[in-house]
Design a protein around this ligand. Structure first.
Ligand code: GMT
Length: 374
């Protein structure tokens, strides 16, 4: 198949999933055309089946806000015609699904039928989409898509609860490339960070409020009082400065290391003992799946799609949002010598259920189904 993929090309989970999906489809022999305003972060090598088409956003003194959605729709029209695409797959409803709707209708006037698949990732529904500023457009463009997928059953339900949806939504969970995300031997790194054999906790996110990084710090402090530990914080975002200041105030700066936007996160995960994700909302929790694949048990909140990933008492533990006492207690339980190995084994076993090799055929079958009915 010749597939156009539209996504946010930056570090967000939806862009990562879209890019990894495109790469995996290309490996299977499909021709994949990314249409975005920047080269996707993880599209960093040459493959004969991978193409990148930049969306140029022209500014003009009259425009206070450059009309990105129109530039994207025009580019989709242009690429579909030029490359003779079979299908467009847009990730994240806003504004990709509505731009695709426009492109589809323009192409119809030229005698071209291009099916559109929309994948809902989370904040496009749970945070931004529900806002009345966008709600009518989000409902409309979901209903107008030829196929809709959601990354968890919870996200599907949330979409059905909050929008007037009259189309089916198929749940296709996120996936992991186990060749890249696997435990590697990085003992020298562990010794450098934990010179006295301390336990190592880790958190990775884009440091937005919804990630509740403050709770990570609170959990860490409680654990560190009982058992010497260190904390690695991977990523960057609006809350980072505030968190750094907090670590200074609390006198734990020596024990906490801020690594910034680190691409080879599997190396950090390889030496970590427990991953903490106390999010307020999380439709899936891709970063937690990456941790599981590197044999790191996870402590998460029990919201959104997290219970579909994290098996309570098996791969880690689920707690109510904000219940840092419970999260700390559970972390200490996992870290006990007699428990850690079992949790690590379970983590990898669970990650294998989301192996890209298992999930990719679900997307391929879905594309065929949509193409057959269009
Ligand atoms: O929350 C993020 O880190 C970014 C966000 C996005 O929109 O890219 O991630 C969402 O999509 C990911 C990929 O499907 C999911 O793993 C995240 O759980 C989801 N984030 C939220 O629901 C808050």
């Amino acid at each position: 198949m010749k597939i156009g993929i539209i996504c946010y090309p930056t570090y967000g989970g939806s862009g990562v999933v879209a890019t990894e999906l495109g790469k995996a489809l290309a490996r299977e022999g499909h021709e994949i055309h990314f249409i975005t305003y920047e080269q996707p972060t993880r599209l960093d090598y040459f493959d004969e089946n991978l193409y990148y088409h930049k969306v140029d956003i022209r500014t003009y003194p009259l425009f206070k806000y450059p009309p990105y959605e129109l530039a994207l729709a025009s580019r989709m029209v242009n690429v579909v015609q030029m490359e003779k695409l079979d299908l467009l797959h847009v990730h994240y409803a806003i504004p990709h699904a509505s731009a695709a709707y426009m492109a589809k209708n323009i192409l119809k006037t030229k005698g071209i039928n291009i099916p559109v698949v929309t994948t809902l990732h989370g904040t496009d529904i749970t945070l931004v989409g529900k806002d009345e500023t966008y709600e009518p457009v989000v409902s409309f463009s979901i209903n107008q898509s030829d196929g809709v997928t959601a990354v968890s059953a919870d996200l599907k339900q949330d979409t059905l609860n909050h929008f007037d949806i009259n189309t089916d939504i198929e749940v296709i969970p996120n996936f992991i490339d186990l060749k890249r995300f696997r435990k590697q031997r990085k003992d020298h790194f562990k010794r450098a960070i934990c010179p006295n054999g301390e336990k190592l906790l880790v958190h990775a996110s884009n440091f937005r409020k919804v990630k509740r990084v403050n709770d990570v710090i609170k959990v860490f402090c409680r654990v560190n009082k009982e058992l010497p530990a260190k904390l690695l914080l991977v990523g960057d975002g609006p809350e980072r400065t505030q968190i750094e200041e907090k670590c200074m105030e609390m006198g734990i700066f020596e024990d906490v290391r801020f690594l910034g936007k680190l691409e080879p996160i599997e190396e950090v995960l390889s030496v970590s003992d427990v991953f903490i994700m106390p999010s307020e909302k999380e439709s899936f929790g891709l970063a937690a799946l990456e941790a599981l694949a590197c044999e790191v048990p996870i402590i998460t909140s029990n919201v959104g799609g997290l219970p579909e990933l994290n098996l309570h008492g098996v791969t880690g533990f689920l707690s109510n949002v904000g219940d840092v006492e419970d999260m700390a207690k559970n972390t200490l339980h996992i870290l006990k010598e007699e428990n850690l190995t079992k949790f690590k084994t379970n983590a990898l076993k669970r990650a294998k259920e989301f192996d890209v090799k298992k999930i990719l055929p679900l997307y391929e079958n879905f594309y065929h189904k949509i193409l057959n009915k269009s």
